[in-house]
Design a binder for this molecule. Structure first.
Ligand SMILES: O=C(CO)COP(=O)(O)O
Length: 152
């Protein structure tokens, strides 16, 4: 599929999500990277956002709680090109009642070619990347081309 290029501003929209078993890890990660995170616009699912705000003092735009639709809201923002990076500490050792939503969020992040970190090591690499602090370009899927093949 042909791709299109999108130029991203230096201030990125970063989505932060953690399952309950991983909230302490994400809270600690946000504290470690507070200086960088405060230069970006932060989104989070509801409970995660409250935890991060309380622990760090960072300002977070809070969506619905994940199981109540928050994962889907972040997925929709990704599809609308409003999220530039996703830090999603999902819990590999706990089943989730909204597992289809979790999969859908990770799937849309792959479809729309945004950087995703599912653990601290990867999140450290992403937040240190020049592509987070600088203006960059990225490939987008060619949605019109895709649509044309579907409508033939
Ligand atoms: O369930 C979540 C991600 O799948 C996160 O939701 P909360 O931030 O509301 O706990």
């Amino acid at each position: 599929m042909q791709t299109k290029i999108q130029t991203l501003p230096s201030k990125k929209n970063i989505a932060l999500v953690a399952h309950d078993g991983k909230k302490a890890a994400l809270k600690a990660w946000c504290l470690t990277h507070k200086n960088v995170l405060q230069t970006h616009h932060l989104f989070a699912t509801g409970t995660t956002g409250h935890v991060i705000e309380k622990a760090t003092g960072l300002s977070v735009e809070k969506l619905l709680s994940g199981p109540m639709g928050g994962d889907q809201q972040i997925g929709a923002k990704i599809a609308e090109h409003q999220i530039h990076m996703l830090v999603f500490f999902w819990d590999p050792l706990a089943s989730q009642p909204h597992d289809p939503d979790v999969k859908a969020l990770l799937r849309l992040a792959a479809v729309w070619n945004i950087p995703v970190a599912c653990n601290e090591v990867t999140a450290d690499l992403l937040i240190a990347s020049p592509s987070i602090s600088d203006e960059i370009t990225r490939d987008l899927p060619d949605y019109q081309g895709y649509l044309a093949t579907r409508l033939d």
